[in-house]
Design a protein around this ligand. Structure first.
Ligand code: TTP
Ligand code: CA
Length: 362
């Protein structure tokens, strides 16, 4: 039987929760801000409601700039812990609508996939009823709205949920996939970033239809084998990845702001050391090894960039973490002349340590 997958994305999530908590915000522009440790003058927009978006306020924009775009907007500080509680209530509702416990995959604080192939026996009208039921359950339990996408795989359901927002539901049956994708600009394809978009544009490819019409060998010659094949498949609406739980505990990370924006290597590396110590201590406490190392930098203009490495095998080794994280941080310093604002390091692909000793044990 062909799979049927639902993707759910909460609408303007943090701001929607704030609206719910304070009915006097209704009808006003609401902006939720991540204020930095430098108080209200710093910080970036986490999200805003749709009224605020009309004024051009967007996620990741400096709060100062947002304020200049709509001085009447209400600015509120992020209450992450609280949103996480709402998120876990929502996730429970979503999980309970999946075929079984394992047919569920949370992908962020406000998004998840669930497979309903068995519950709807491949029938899209039943799948749509499940989608409507989810919307109703979330609305009555949490008093907020979500947008739902339904399709034959994760790629299509994810793109369908953002097709009509807020409070939308979009059903794309297998026979409608091609028409759904064809006119879209390639940047709308899930997984295509700015760099790929630009490269494709240089090749004269702007729409998904244009991309799917290209020979796979041509794409491979530009993007390499894996990416070239992935692009061809994605443009054809093919995605065979299973819906599979990726627990948030699959990663351990820490992030912190530098006291001032800086490019001073000593300052940056000494904060990195501190973060790495914390991370490695947590892995020891949890008795896990890691196979990937990721370093994140948020630059003074709020641009965020990450670099990742996958190791040959899982280790719990402070020196290996040190070496990889420092090399990636060095690359960031070489590649950009912006000041650094915030840095982070995390390890992932965690596995239970099997008792073998690592350098760290000595
Ligand atoms: P999104 O789903 O990207 O955005 P949203 O739910 O606010 O709005 P939409 O209706 O368009 O889906 O992100 C979910 C939450 O994650 C968002 O409410 C706040 C947080 N977030 C940040 O803190 N910083 C960011 O840069 C982004 C994009 C999101
Ligand atoms: Ca959302």
């Amino acid at each position: 039987m062909q799979r049927v997958i639902i993707h759910v994305d909460m609408d303007y999530f943090y701001a929607a929760i704030e609206e719910r908590e304070d009915p006097s915000l209704k009808g006003k522009a609401v902006v939720v801000c991540m204020f930095s440790n430098r108080g209200e003058s710093g910080g970036a927009v986490s999200t805003s409601n749709y009224i605020a978006r009309e004024a051009g306020i967007r996620s990741a924009m400096p709060c100062k700039l947002a304020r200049s775009k709509n001085p009447d907007a209400v600015f509120l500080p992020v209450r992450k812990k609280f949103y996480e509680e709402v998120s876990s209530n929502v996730m429970e509702i979503l999980r309970s609508n999946a075929d079984n416990e394992d047919a569920f995959e949370k992908i962020s604080i406000d998004e998840a996939f669930l497979e309903v192939t068995e519950s709807c026996k491949g029938d899209y009208s039943i799948a749509e009823e499940i989608g409507m039921r989810i919307k109703e359950e979330v609305r009555s339990s949490e008093k907020i709205t979500c947008s739902v996408g339904i399709g034959p795989n994760k790629l299509i359901s994810k793109m369908a949920s953002s097709y009509k927002k807020p409070d939308g539901i979009t059903v794309i049956k297998p026979e409608d996939v091609t028409d759904f994708l064809k006119p879209m600009p390639v940047k709308k394809l899930w997984g295509i970033g700015k760099v790929t978009e630009n490269k494709l544009s240089e090749m004269g490819i702007r729409t998904v239809e244009e991309l799917s019409g290209r020979d796979v060998m041509e794409l491979i010659s530009v993007f390499g084998k894996n990416k070239g094949m992935w692009l061809k498949q994605t443009a054809s609406g093919i995605d065979e990845n299973p819906v599979k739980e990726r627990t948030a505990t699959d990663q351990i990370g820490r992030m912190a702001s530098l006291k001032n924006d800086t490019r001073n290597e000593d300052t940056i590396f000494s904060l990195l050391e501190e973060l790495m110590d914390d991370v490695i201590n947590k892995t020891v406490k949890r008795k896990v090894s890691f196979r990937s190392v990721t370093v994140t930098v948020i630059f003074s203009n709020f641009k965020t960039s990450t670099k990742s490495r996958t190791l040959n095998h899982a280790v719990n080794d402070r020196h290996i973490l040190n070496e990889n994280a420092k090399q990636m941080m060095q690359r960031f310093l070489e590649e950009s002349d912006l000041n650094f604002r915030r840095i982070g390091v995390r390890v992932g692909n965690l596995q239970e340590s099997t008792g073998q000793r690592s350098l760290f044990d000595f």
